[in-house]
Design a binder for this molecule. Structure first.
Ligand code: AMP
Length: 297
């Protein structure tokens, strides 16, 4: 097992990173909210492969939760998380308290316009500004050469890439494939909230996306028809309540009527009060061939 340092202050973090950088090490950052699972660990392992010094941040960021959301009940398992991060090869766990990230008097927000307002942003209007603000802070503190995000949260990855371009940040964003349970359910810390019957029904998200993919492969390009198909499949699970089913372009994340080139097919579905998301990127080639997303797209 890799020896890992756990650091709680920004001063100690910057000092450790200065030392690593002075030795010529390439720095990788994996931002998380903890309750680590194989999805997070795949990001950490990728960073360990591609960089010399991997920082995993574990911080349940209050500003990305709306008042009615699950901040207080979000799963917490810090000791286990640090052990798992170490096993995956991480060098440093940054575990700041709320007042370290948002001290008295904190007033600044980093927000990416438009891209933060569609899809999940429509039902969670303050969410992405919370994400981009905390990620911008982490980027400033760590100054990573590379930062690793999951395709599971596709909109988040697009929004962060836009922020990095718009604010001339010197970090390469690496987007890693969604890691799934054996029945296709995308791994998520929130899966722990599901009852047994909700858990049994939850793979319907992935099934619905695969159904749409098959239709696209057989030539369907009409997004209204594809969305109807996805909705029908999801609604076959009696505990599922659809938040959205959308097909958007990958530049502006705006709804498209006709599939062309690269699109994001994204869904958000409630099971009780637990909101699950999943997505597929669809590349449509001239002859009607489709392909899975290329990581880092
Ligand atoms: P979270 O702790 O939920 O904020 O997630 C931290 C990072 O892990 C984000 O970049 C997520 O996109 C990524 N992630 C979460 N679940 C998965 C998954 N099933 N597969 C790949 N990456 C994931």
């Amino acid at each position: 097992m890799q020896k890992i340092r756990t650091i709680r202050t920004i001063a100690a973090l910057k000092k450790a990173l200065r030392q690593a950088r002075d030795k010529g090490k390439i720095i990788g950052l994996v931002p998380t909210m903890g309750a680590l699972h194989e999805g997070h660990l795949s990001l950490i392992r990728r960073s360990v492969r591609q960089t010399d010094f991997t920082v995993v941040s574990i911080f349940i960021n209050p500003t990305q939760f709306a008042p009615n959301e699950d901040l207080s009940s979000y799963p917490r398992s810090l000791n286990r998380d640090i052990r798992l991060a170490a096993d995956a090869g991480a060098h440093l766990a940054f575990v700041p308290a709320g007042e370290v990230m948002y001290p008295e008097g904190f007033r600044t927000e980093v927000a990416v316009k438009e891209l933060s307002a569609t899809l999940c942003g429509a039902s969670r209007p303050t969410h992405f500004a919370g994400v981009t603000t905390v990620v911008a802070k982490l980027f400033n503190m760590v100054q990573p050469d590379r930062a690793y995000f999951g395709r599971k949260d596709a909109q988040q990855a697009f929004v962060i890439k836009r922020m990095v371009r718009d604010l001339d940040m010197s970090v390469r964003i690496v987007v890693c494939p969604t890691v799934r349970e054996s029945d296709g359910l995308a791994m998520s810390s929130r899966n722990a909230y599901l009852s047994a019957s909700q858990r049994a029904q939850a793979p319907v998200l992935h099934r619905a996306l695969l159904g749409a993919r098959a239709e696209i492969r057989s030539g369907q390009r009409n997004c209204a028809k594809l969305k109807t198909l996805v909705r029908r499949t999801i609604n076959s699970a009696n505990e599922a309540r659809i938040d959205y089913v959308e097909i958007v372009d990958v530049c502006k994340l705006q709804s498209v009527r006709e599939l062309k080139e690269k699109c994001l097919l994204a869904v958000a579905v409630f099971f009780g009060s637990t909101r699950l998301i999943d997505n597929e990127i669809v590349n449509v080639y001239p002859k009607g061939r489709t392909s899975h997303a290329v990581a880092n797209a």
